[in-house]
Design a protein around this ligand. Structure first.
Ligand SMILES: *Cc1c(COP(=O)(O)O)cnc(C)c1O
Ligand code: SF4
Length: 309
């Protein structure tokens, strides 16, 4: 079923590169991938809503809700249902776990979109603020891209006030998901400024999407414009092998050529790390074509396990 979109987003659907990210494709998807959870998130969940896959880092799925409905969403299996909304006792279980695991120093609020469940986000931030072992907090969001107007709401402003308060004590990073340079509209740039005022450091994350951003001019324009607006490109991911995302996955050799080309054309600060989140454990950097004869059909994951790509 096709979801409803904000008037802001619908206005942009005249732009094919934007529309295709959100609209259900007309052609039938050839389901080549079998797995809805290739990153085995569901098996790294010690308590509901918390993924603890890397020793020092933990990711909280604040809710499964997100108003964006990107067709390339890695968590397409969950997004849009109410069952992922964390209840306040579930938040307490997560907090207890983080306190008991003092190796966790870096906590990521994800989802869904943490800004789409601002009450839960606020409650979690208030707890994380005081936990000794939590040194760094990150919030991942795409709301500034598909619904910048929502940042006028009182409850989101309350979250931003909390962000401003926390980041006096510990670094807080906001990671915004951008796929195309045309997403940097005046409205979205205004939200970037608003987020910057909190004192948080802003990064971007991008997914390679076939037919949407898989060319070097588009990505150059995206990364450069992010950089010029004070947002540093952090990662560009290879699209995950999630069932239903097949039509977005680009050819890996083409991606390597694009990233090699961009390395020559962009400032280092405007250049993200190109990675694949493998079906083992780890976000693995993909080698560029400055080196010859690299076998890209397989790699070793963080646990030294051989992974076929
Ligand atoms: C991506 C991710 C992280 C953070 O990884 P970094 O490489 O440090 O950005 C942490 N936990 C999970 C489950 C993730 O998917
Ligand atoms: S904004 Fe993120 S969580 Fe929401 S649908 Fe898009 S990719 Fe998924």
């Amino acid at each position: 079923m096709q979801e409803k979109f904000t008037p802001y987003l619908e206005k942009q659907f005249a732009n094919r590169a934007i529309a295709e990210q959100y609209l259900v494709p007309k052609d039938n998807i050839l389901y080549k991938f079998k797995n809805l959870d290739p990153l085995s998130e569901d098996s790294h969940q010690p308590v509901k809503g918390l993924i603890h896959k890397y020793d020092n880092r933990a990711l909280i799925k604040v809710s499964y809700r997100c108003a964006s409905h990107c067709q390339f969403c890695t968590r397409i299996r969950q997004i849009g249902t109410n069952e992922g909304d964390l209840k306040f006792d579930e938040i307490q279980n997560i907090i207890t776990y983080i306190k008991q695991h003092i190796e966790i120093t870096d906590v990521i609020l994800s989802g869904g979109d943490p800004f789409f469940s601002p009450k839960q986000t606020l409650a979690i931030l208030e707890e994380l603020e005081t936990i000794e072992n939590v040194k760094v907090i990150r919030i991942g969001t795409r709301l500034p891209v598909h619904n910048p107007k929502s940042f006028e709401s009182a409850v989101i402003k309350k979250v931003l006030n909390k962000v401003a308060e926390i980041q006096q004590k510990k670094p807080l990073f906001i990671l915004i998901n951008f796929e195309h340079p045309d997403e940097l509209t005046p409205e979205t740039i205004q939200v970037i400024k608003q987020l910057k005022q909190t004192g948080a450091t802003l990064f971007s994350q991008t997914v390679f999407l076939k037919g949407i951003n898989n060319n070097s001019n588009t990505l150059k324009r995206l990364f450069e414009n992010l950089f010029w607006n004070g947002v540093l490109p952090y990662y560009i991911y290879r699209c995950d092998s999630v069932k239903g995302l097949e039509h977005f996955v680009c050819d890996m050799n083409e991606e390597i050529e694009i990233m090699t080309e961009l390395r020559k054309r962009l400032s280092g600060l405007a250049y993200p790390t190109y990675i694949v989140d493998v079906e083992g454990t780890g976000k693995i950097p993909i080698p560029l074509s400055f080196w010859s004869d690299t076998d890209i059909s397989q790699c070793k994951d963080f646990t030294d396990k051989q992974i076929r790509l």
